[in-house]
Design a protein around this ligand. Structure first.
Ligand code: PBG
Length: 327
């Protein structure tokens, strides 16, 4: 019998492999997370995320000019709040002089035109480190009070120049609350990228050092999803947020949740983004630095997996590095 089917034929020539490749990466796919803190001329290393820094506002502006020159699509800001400015409800989030607001304004003033996104949450501003004010006596985040506050935070960020807000607290009905608040303010074009499908994950460990935002007691399991759950729960979360006006849906974390990313991408009629989170970054960085894996090759393989699974955008601490590699 002659063997006519030989899949290896398509792999014989590098140009042919390139031609039939489906997944493509561009610098414009990437969203670079930045941690902004008080002070001047500060680039404070984050020990569990080598190559990532807490930046003072002036240093963040310089970093963003650099990322823009590399063609990175967007940035997303996280505030690092001094302990003395934190309180039970996260008031500092509503201060127009906080680091996130000042970075937005300074970056626009510096002529940077990258898409400006802000993370909307309270864990970076509350003394207890939970993602919103707590119910009296209960130690549980008060959903509806948090949603109301999120609307205020969104409006503030939009006024300061955010093109898009990304609520990450997994509160029920947060998109409806934020959309209504933005629209009442006339911010009809401020987009919402919802962390609609976010699991209670140990891969967030290094982020909590970076943002100085670990919960002071308990965990986030009463609002973030249980990874043992059915994919249907992810589809439901995504559908609710799309119905409430989410313009993009984030699945988070990435590598261990490719099945969810694929399912959500197929189910919704808006683009999906995936968050390659701090722990995923740290693992590749550590193994790469030790010479145990080829860092660059593993990063590309991971990013292509996200694209193959359906992601349009990728939030990753490798954004700048990837843009450089792609040049
Ligand atoms: C805030 C938030 C977290 C991350 C993004 N936004 C931490 C958390 O939910 O505990 C994690 C990002 C990362 O690990 O890179 N709610």
């Amino acid at each position: 019998m002659s063997q006519v089917i030989r899949p290896r034929r398509l792999r014989t020539h590098s140009r042919l492999r390139e031609m039939v490749a489906v997944s493509r990466l561009a610098a414009s796919d990437f969203i670079a997370p930045l941690f902004v803190r008080a002070g001047k001329n500060i680039r404070q290393p984050i020990s569990s995320m080598p190559g990532v820094f807490q930046l003072s506002v002036d240093a963040a502006v310089e970093e963003l000019k650099h990322l823009e020159s590399l063609g990175v699509g967007a940035y997303i800001l996280f505030g690092v709040t001094e302990p003395s400015k934190k309180d039970a409800v996260g008031s500092y989030a509503h201060d127009a002089d906080n680091e996130v607001c000042r970075t937005l304004k300074a970056t626009k003033d510096a002529g940077v035109t990258m898409l400006a996104i802000t993370d909307l949450c309270y864990c970076e501003y509350t003394s207890h480190g939970h993602c919103g004010p707590l119910k009296l006596g209960g130690g549980v985040v008060d959903n509806d009070v948090t949603v109301e506050q999120l609307g205020r935070q969104a409006v503030l960020h939009a006024r300061c120049g955010a093109d898009m807000v990304a609520p990450s607290g997994m509160m029920d009905n947060m998109i409806a609350g934020i959309r209504e608040a933005l629209d009442q303010e006339g911010k009809l074009d401020t987009a919402i990228m919802s962390y609609a499908v976010k699991y209670a994950s140990s891969f967030y460990g290094p982020f909590r050092e970076a943002a100085e935002s670990p919960p002071q007691f308990g965990d986030r399991k009463t609002y973030q999803m249980d990874f043992r759950g059915s994919t249907k729960e992810a589809l439901k979360e995504a559908a609710i947020d799309v119905a409430q006006g989410a313009d993009l849906i984030i699945v988070k974390p990435g590598t261990a949740y490719l099945d969810v990313l694929r399912a959500v991408t197929e189910a919704v009629d808006v683009p999906t983004a995936v968050y390659h989170v701090s722990g995923e970054y740290a693992m590749i960085k550590a193994a790469g630095t030790n010479g145990w894996i080829d860092e660059k090759a593993v990063v590309f393989e991971t990013m292509h997996a996200f694209k193959r699974a359906g992601a349009s955008a990728i939030l990753t601490y490798y954004a700048g590095q990837l843009a450089q590699w792609l040049k």
